[in-house]
Design a protein around this ligand. Structure first.
Ligand code: MN
Ligand code: MN
Length: 468
């Protein structure tokens, strides 16, 4: 029998676009690299559950690798490494390249805030001899997913004397955790008739923090008093100090391998630490001086629309580039209009349990590599930057040249919903930008899932962009 390919098969191979699973394309060496990178990523996930903690992690790692605080007006040379700390909630890292900045810079951007429950300003109360905390959810969540799971509290309180108390309770094995109650099914017949969005009302996201009264029968609110007494002894916090606090309740889960084959990772906050971490590592692992100046920005507030002075709808990145341009005697507009950016954010992975919201030919898949998303938005591409064919083509060849396994993706089928990223804020500075990222299952849930191979391909994509 002849082993020759039929002409039809040959023609198909020549003309058809076929996606392949990463594991069909890589060797054992690369599998080892994926595993090693993933182990470090899991540590990062457990250490940095909030934007403030991610900034701390990024800055201490950057300083270890020779980054120093940027001072406008300094005499920068190729190879210099600088950082800008924006209020402890966003960070910019830059490595000065050989090529003059007037020829443009390369930006990798990702966000480090994740959906969660923020405490209100007057959160503590007692009801029926239980102490609770009022919350206001942050970002797009399915509220019912946040009940009956262990929660940890992270954040800061600025005390009346101006000092700051750092709070992190619920992450150590010996720490207590907190929880939001839900109705027992036996008594939930009315609740279960409600719409999904109101099964748990926003004002019912109340966190249980105690039940034991202060030993006395003279006063009311003795459970609250006992809790405030514990908080005062441990952190020096009085009730009034919550007025000037940013406390975030996040799932107390640790990052874990998912599956018998350990090919995936389950964790809180993959969106968008699964892009922030590889972007950060690509910047930190830059050994030789890059050709273009590279800028890595880990930003805050993406989950609530990028508004606020630590989000990318503020001018902090633009101001940095203005200062950098001035250091070299150039105009920021010249630099920006020649610059390029990978806007790194997650995409919705195709979920075999929920195929109806996806259009199979254009969805991204677990284990098919980093996703390059030309446009996001909704209702006819509103709220997106929609990368040009030219820039998409440039990124396509960059990925292929560097053996980065990649796929395209779309955030659900047309009119199924949609969403946005920071890409449009970068584009508004006249920078060429495209979204890249990692496909996620159960996005915005307390426990999200990604594939290790896709995480590693995201790292390779950022490296390729930096080293190009
Ligand atoms: Mn995101
Ligand atoms: Mn998100």
């Amino acid at each position: 029998m002849s082993k020759e390919k039929s002409p039809e098969k040959e023609l198909k191979e020549k003309l058809f676009y076929n996606k392949k699973n990463v594991y069909q394309l890589i060797d054992d060496e690369e599998v080892k690299k994926i595993t090693a990178f993933s182990e470090n990523y899991k540590k990062f996930l457990d250490d940095a559950k909030t934007e403030r903690e991610a900034v701390k992690f990024a800055l201490s790692a950057a300083m270890e690798r020779g980054f120093t605080e940027y001072q406008p007006g300094s005499d920068l040379k190729p190879g210099d490494r600088v950082f800008v700390n924006n209020r402890g909630k966003a960070v910019i890292l830059a490595v000065i390249g050989h090529d003059p900045v007037k020829n443009g810079v390369r930006i990798n951007a990702a966000h480090i805030d994740s959906p969660r429950l923020d405490l209100k300003q007057c959160p503590v109360y007692e009801d029926s001899e239980m102490a609770l905390l009022k919350t206001h959810y942050y970002g797009g969540i399915k509220k019912y997913q946040w009940t009956a799971i262990p929660l940890a509290l992270h954040g800061v309180a600025v005390l009346s004397d101006g000092t700051q108390a750092d709070i992190n309770i619920g992450e150590n094995e010996s720490d207590p955790v907190f929880v939001i109650s839900d109705l027992l099914p036996h008594l939930a017949s009315e609740q279960m008739k409600k719409n999904g969005s109101s099964i748990i009302e926003g004002e019912n996201l109340n966190i249980i923090i105690g039940s034991r009264p202060f030993k006395s029968d003279k006063e009311s609110e003795l459970v609250k008093l006992n809790i405030l007494n514990i908080l005062f002894e441990k952190y020096g916090i009085k009730e009034e100090d919550f007025l000037s606090a940013e406390l975030e309740a996040v799932p107390a889960f640790k990052a874990k391998d998912i599956g018998f084959d350990r090919s995936m990772i389950g964790a809180y906050g993959h969106d968008d630490r699964v892009c922030a971490y590889p972007a950060l590592m690509a910047a930190l692992n830059t050994e030789k001086t890059p050709s273009k100046t590279i800028i890595t920005v880990l930003t805050d507030k993406e989950e609530i629309g990028s508004d606020g002075n630590t989000g990318l709808n503020s001018s902090y990145l633009r101001y940095f580039i203005e200062d950098l341009a001035a250091d070299f005697g150039e105009r920021a507009t010249t630099v920006l209009s020649k610059s390029e950016c990978l806007s790194a954010d997650v995409n919705s992975a195709f979920d075999p349990t929920y195929p109806s919201v996806m259009e199979k030919k254009n969805a991204s898949y677990i284990n098919y590599g980093v996703v390059v998303t030309k446009y996001t938005g909704s209702r006819g591409k509103y709220g997106t930057s929609d990368a040009s064919a030219e820039f998409t083509g440039r990124i396509r060849s960059l990925m292929n040249k560097n053996n980065v396994i990649w796929q395209t993706g779309e955030l659900g089928k047309v009119d199924a919903g949609g969403g946005g990223t920071v890409a449009m804020y970068i584009a508004s500075m006249n920078v060429d930008v495209i979204d890249v990222g990692v496909p996620v299952l159960s996005m915005h849930a307390p426990y999200e899932v990604i594939a290790k191979a896709d995480l590693y391909m995201a790292y390779k994509a950022f490296r390729a962009f930096i080293d190009d």
